[in-house]
Design a binder for this molecule. Structure first.
Ligand SMILES: NC(=O)c1ccc[n+]([C@@H]2O[C@H](COP(=O)([O-])OP(=O)(O)OC[C@H]3O[C@@H](n4cnc5c(N)ncnc54)[C@H](OP(=O)(O)O)[C@@H]3O)[C@@H](O)[C@H]2O)c1
Length: 318
């Protein structure tokens, strides 16, 4: 999705965009050139022609509507399917009705946050900001261009897609070992997985579930740290895996993944990580309010825990 949005959420006034910002159009051109634009009939007619160098798909309910050099669709699914067969990426170019219809399918947003509060009657749809991570921000005098990517929370995933990330992040595991871990963990109570994709490929994921005695990790911790386990282990929320490909670190994806898999009403949350506080993972957990509980004997690891608000239920939903 590519949109220019004013501070009051306005994207249009009647058929027009209520501002002209030097340079902004040129950047829109650079971002969209060679790709396929999906837009509403109102937006298309306001522009008045297909934009050169780009394929245009226009959405309209009007079965008789046509325009030379333009593809026409009558519902969002058909528009997206048509666009997928055309050049470059599919870019949703507005207006409000089309942004709204396309939001559930969107993986990225490039938003030009215009520093104005103009009169207008067309608004960008509101969206749940916790589902999106800011990957980049380009500040300009009259606007900031912000690149957002979606963090998907799912209750399952394809292990074949997870494996390349797992392999890079936990280099010493075999595929068989990973398949075994996946099979065991994904069957646990409350299993929750979050994933981030870029350009169709998975670049990071996290998963968590209800931890219980009798599970290998819980039993190992109970044996190694019996006093600590007394308080922390047994129907706790366990963050078992969290990894982001090297080249995608530093954008806040780890934080978004952690938040996505710990958004549960469970009083005690635990995880095990490298004890070295200079490691990014350890720093992330500290920043997110996790505390070191104890060094795990015979490992380089530390057990970390986080207590959620008193009164939250001990048992997460299964
Ligand atoms: N600031 C920005 O980045 C930006 C970008 C684009 C547009 N805009 C502004 O946004 C305003 C236009 O937005 P808008 O919401 O009024 O109109 P729009 O989304 O551009 O177009 C609405 C029309 O598209 C068709 N349509 C939309 N969703 C459809 C669907 N799911 N299935 C079939 N047809 C569908 C319908 O056409 P029919 O009526 O023909 O059936 C509908 O009337 C203008 O002010 C424009 O300048 C701003």
């Amino acid at each position: 999705m590519v949109a220019a949005v004013a501070e009051n959420g306005v994207i249009g006034n009647g058929p027009d965009i209520p501002w002209r910002i030097p340079g902004e159009q040129a950047e829109f051109k650079a971002i969209t050139m060679g790709h396929t634009l999906v837009m509403g009939r109102t937006t298309f007619e306001s522009i008045g022609r297909p934009l050169p160098g780009r394929t245009t798909v226009v959405l309209t309910k009007d079965e008789t509507w046509s325009y030379d050099g333009v593809l026409v669709a009558h519902d969002i699914d058909t528009a997206l399917a048509l666009a997928a067969g055309e050049q470059g990426d599919t870019i949703i170019a507005g207006g409000a009705q089309v942004y709204e219809a396309a939001f559930p399918y969107a993986t990225d947003q490039v938003i030009t946050r215009v520093h104005l509060t103009p009169e207008g009657d067309v608004f960008y749809p509101s969206f749940d900001e916790t589902e999106w991570v800011e990957m980049k921000r380009e500040p300009h005098e009259a606007y900031d261009r912000v690149f957002l990517t979606r963090v998907e929370v799912a209750d399952t995933a394809d292990p074949g897609e997870l494996w390349p990330v797992y392999q890079e992040v936990w280099g010493d595991e075999t595929r068989d070992a990973f398949d075994g871990i996946w099979a065991a963990h994904s069957a646990r109570d409350g299993f929750k997985i979050a994933a981030v994709r870029r350009g169709g490929n998975l670049v990071g994921f996290a998963w968590a579930y209800v931890g219980q005695r009798g599970q290998p990790w819980s039993d190992r911790i109970t044996e190694a740290l019996p006093a600590v386990a007394e308080e922390w282990v047994g129907r706790h929320w366990e963050v078992a895996e969290l990894g982001v490909l090297d080249q995608w670190r530093g954008y806040g994806l780890g934080r978004a993944l952690l938040r996505a898999v710990t958004d549960v009403p469970c009083e005690r949350m635990v995880l095990e990580t490298d004890a070295d506080e200079s490691k990014p993972a350890h720093r992330l957990y500290l920043c997110e309010g996790w505390l070191d509980i104890a060094r795990v004997p015979d490992t380089d690891n530390v057990l970390m825990g986080k207590l959620q608000a008193p009164g939250s239920t001990v048992d997460p939903p299964s």
